[in-house]
Design a protein around this ligand. Structure first.
Ligand SMILES: [Zn+2]
Length: 234
């Protein structure tokens, strides 16, 4: 049986259940979400992910309710995965978005620029190239120099593996040129459709009580004053 992919809707449903189950145990849970699941859930750059890379607290209670929710929703029991936390430099970053804001569950999402820096560092061709294209578009970055400056700003003094300037130049050419899997214009069109832009503004994607979405509209590149979600610069 192939594992069921996690869409934003499935993840929102899972978080709602986790909140209720944690409330029944009298526990407040926190998850810090990074990796492809943040692209799916927080920035809506693609429709689905295999699992959610996260760091969570308290570990045993959050893990137990995640397994219970998996059985209810028919998703893989390992959907909430903390195997990749060694890639994180620190825990909860001050620039993260509070993308799920429920009474007993908070999910903080890695910011898109921090996620881009992680993806550029990892740069696995099969797993990271599409995400790098999506994040370059989301952040409106058009030169390798800007991206390398961002890497230095967020990970000061930490040298990138060799050849990353060439990799970024190739990604940027790919976004502009013919023969691309998806051009910048195509990715931008997809993003603004899935984020539901109104007159160039974007609705904050945070999920709050009763599974409703934050109603604040944000200008490109600006943050929701409540949830710190950052709108794309398309
Ligand atoms: Zn908001």
């Amino acid at each position: 049986m192939s594992p069921k992919l996690l869409s934003r809707e499935t993840l929102a449903e899972a978080f709602g259940w986790m909140d209720r189950l944690l409330a029944a145990r009298g526990v407040r849970g926190e998850i810090y979400m990074f990796g492809g699941s943040a692209i799916v859930f927080s920035y809506r750059g693609r429709p689905a992910t295999l699992d959610l890379d996260g760091r969570f607290e308290p570990q045993s209670a959050v893990h137990a309710v995640a397994v219970e929710v998996a059985d209810r929703l028919g998703i893989d029991r390992g959907w909430l995965n903390d195997q990749a936390t060694s890639y994180l430099t620190t825990s909860l970053e001050s620039d993260s978005a509070r993308i799920v804001d429920l009474p007993n569950l908070t999910v903080a999402s890695i910011s898109p620029d921090r996620l881009l820096v992680m993806k550029v560092g990892a740069a696995r061709p099969w797993a990271d190239y599409d995400d790098i294209d999506i994040l370059l578009t989301y952040l409106g970055l058009t030169s390798a120099r800007e991206v390398l400056a961002l890497c230095e700003e967020l990970n000061p003094g930490q040298a990138l593996p060799e050849g990353r300037d060439r990799l970024l130049a190739e990604a940027l050419t790919r976004l502009e040129g013919p023969g691309a899997r998806a051009s910048r214009a195509q990715i931008a069109a997809r993003l603004s459709a899935s984020l539901g832009s109104h007159d160039g503004r974007y609705r904050c994607q945070a999920i709050t009580a009763n599974n409703s979405q934050c109603s604040i509209e944000i200008d490109p590149g600006q943050r929701c004053p409540v949830h710190n979600w950052i709108a794309p610069r398309l």
